[in-house]
Write a protein that binds this ligand. Structure first.
Ligand code: NAD
Ligand code: UFG
Length: 329
């Protein structure tokens, strides 16, 4: 298939482009490079031996997106492009609503106009808010606590409503848990601008000496050791989940959790990183971070049964690959 990947030079997008090319699909990337670098296109080529087409386009711009659809025969879209930092979304909500919701409307609109009926959307476990774990796809989404999460709930709703009136449409709403790690080549990985918000890039920057110590947000949660529990998933397993969704998706709207089903605390992740890489990560436990929840992990049965997909890599693999990328970049 000829797949349009919006946000394809970003963290998850670039790994998914590698997986798409490995599965013999042709890739067209549309990205405005607001949070990624053009050299990623070369790196994808170095890994796969095949060059993806790249367009520097803002996908909230309907004219540019329509022009792209009119000049290529597109079989499916994976829509990654968006802003993704929960805390930033509370400071600049309008930018989040505009970028994330308008981009979904514009890309979906072009799909309708040009007869593209396969749509895979990057949603997030944050839509579950503070529900009971494990999070199951059928849960009501009533407790979202930040504008970023709201943009994902809204985009899911928009895509669902479109599918109801267009019976040929196949839509996968993929709710990612916590992707970490990098491609095993060390050529692509996560490149946060400034001080990282997320745990794994923070740990790797402490390991490299760019930051002096990890601040663990909260040591009094009702968890195994008092620190927050998340479902970390290797980004290459996540990438493969997109291929399964694209290739196996029946008509209609389908929601899938993409996680491992295993919860890991902050301190357990630090210990795993130290063990995998034979390093010490200095840390201190500080106040809870506003907006954080105690536990998030997935019920993964549905993706296993309906997509035949399952995450395969371990926490140690994730830690090794994240460090390989940070070291060599
Ligand atoms: P990322 O920032 O690395 O990638 C997003 C890409 O989209 C970047 O390359 C950026 O330049 C591009 N982009 C942003 N707005 C654009 C626009 N208007 N037009 C064109 N390009 C635009 O982020 P990521 O971690 O790869 O996340 C990809 C998607 O997955 C996002 O939608 C994010 O919300 C979602 N998601 C991420 C996580 C996570 O922990 N990384 C978890 C759940 C969901
Ligand atoms: N944490 C720290 N110190 C840090 C950074 C994080 O202790 O410097 C802790 C957090 O408190 C939390 C855990 O590490 O307990 C994970 O935090 P992240 O910021 O890495 O991830 P979140 O679970 O907060 O959010 C991430 C993405 C969201 C996505 C969500 C899906 O940032 O975009 O996963 O589960 F929606």
């Amino acid at each position: 298939m000829n797949i349009l990947v919006t946000g394809g030079t970003g963290y998850i997008g670039s790994h998914t482009c590698v997986a798409l090319i490995a599965a013999n699909h042709d890739v067209i990337i549309a990205d405005n490079l607001s949070n990624s670098k053009i050299e990623t296109v070369d790196r994808i080529e170095r890994i796969t031996g095949k060059r993806a087409l790249f367009y520097k386009i803002d996908v909230t711009d309907a004219a540019s997106v329509r022009s792209l659809f009119s000049s290529h025969s597109i079989d499916g879209v994976i829509h990654f492009a968006g802003l993704k930092a929960i805390s930033e979304s509370t400071r600049i909500p309008l930018e989040y609503y505009f970028n994330n919701v308008v981009s979904t409307i514009v890309v979906a609109g072009a799909c309708l106009e040009y007869g593209v009926d396969r749509f895979v959307f990057s949603s997030s476990a944050t839509v579950y808010g503070d529900n009971e774990v494990p999070f199951v796809e059928t849960m009501e989404l009533l407790s979202v606590t930040n504008p970023y999460g709201e943009t994902k709930v809204m985009s899911e709703k928009i895509l669902t409503d479109i599918a109801v009136t267009n019976s040929a449409w196949s839509v996968a709403l993929l709710r990612y848990f916590n992707p970490i790690g990098a491609h095993e080549s060390g050529l692509i990985g996560e490149l946060p601008g400034g001080v990282p918000d997320n745990l794994m890039p923070y740990i790797t920057q402490v390991a490299k000496g760019k930051l002096d110590k990890l601040r663990v947000f909260g040591g009094d949660y009702p968890t195994v050791d008092g620190t927050g529990v998340r479902d970390y998933i290797h980004v290459m397993d996540l990438a493969k989940g997109h291929i399964a969704a694209l290739e196996k998706l029946p008509e209609g709207v389908h929601v899938f959790n993409l996680g491992t089903g295993q919860g890991t605390s902050v301190l357990e992740l630090v210990q795993a990183f130290e063990k995998a890489n034979n390093l010490k990560i200095p840390y201190e436990i500080v106040e809870r971070r506003p907006g954080d929840i105690a536990k998030s992990y997935a019920d993964t049965k549905k993706a296993g049964i309906e997509l035949g997909w399952k995450a395969e890599r371990s926490i140690l693999d994730m830690c090794r690959d994240a460090w390989r990328f940070e070291k060599s970049y």
